[in-house]
Design a protein around this ligand. Structure first.
Ligand SMILES: [Fe+2]
Ligand SMILES: [Fe+2]
Length: 158
């Protein structure tokens, strides 16, 4: 289904999130123009800049604007899964922040796997459900609220 205009900004922000997920999973960049460090400690620092900036704002926008709509949906399951994955994501981020350098590679890889699966689930299931089931006026109000949360050009720091 074509993405509803109300969700387009969040959908666009999934692209840099998937790029980060790729780098975390593979330990390298897919784009030679934007290399990814080979040192896990440098990888952690670079990932955390994006995670605590654009990605944190993205997660917060989903939580504050989209989660409260759960009760209007036929099945709360997708919203519940997204919420649980956000909690799990931050737990893994805190582990990574505290980890010794030699413990980092598998932790960074696992975070990339979680982020990749999470974003793909939102795109394939959650956003599809939201735009299929919410009435148009509700989607309009979602768009207005998201505009307050997400400044234009957000998620550009990766
Ligand atoms: Fe999310
Ligand atoms: Fe998302």
């Amino acid at each position: 289904m074509k993405r509803d205009p109300a969700l387009i900004t969040l959908s666009r922000e999934h692209l840099p999130a998937l790029i980060l997920a790729y780098r975390l999973r593979h330990g390298r960049s897919s784009n030679p123009a934007h290399p990814w460090p080979t040192d896990p400690v440098a990888q952690r620092s670079q990932a955390l800049v994006f995670i605590h900036g654009d990605l944190a704002r993205h997660f917060a926008a989903e939580e504050e604007v989209l989660f409260p709509l759960k009760g209007q949906l036929s099945d709360p399951g997708p919203s519940d899964r997204v919420w649980a994955e956000h909690q799990q994501f931050w737990q893994q981020v805190h582990q990574i922040e505290d980890a010794l350098p030699e413990a980092l590679p598998p932790l960074l890889k696992a975070l990339g796997e979680l982020l990749d699966a999470h974003v793909r689930f939102e795109e394939r299931v959650w956003f599809e459900q939201l735009q299929r089931e919410l009435p148009p006026e509700q989607l309009d109000s979602v768009m207005a609220k998201l505009e307050q949360h997400l400044p234009p050009g957000s998620c550009s720091s990766l």
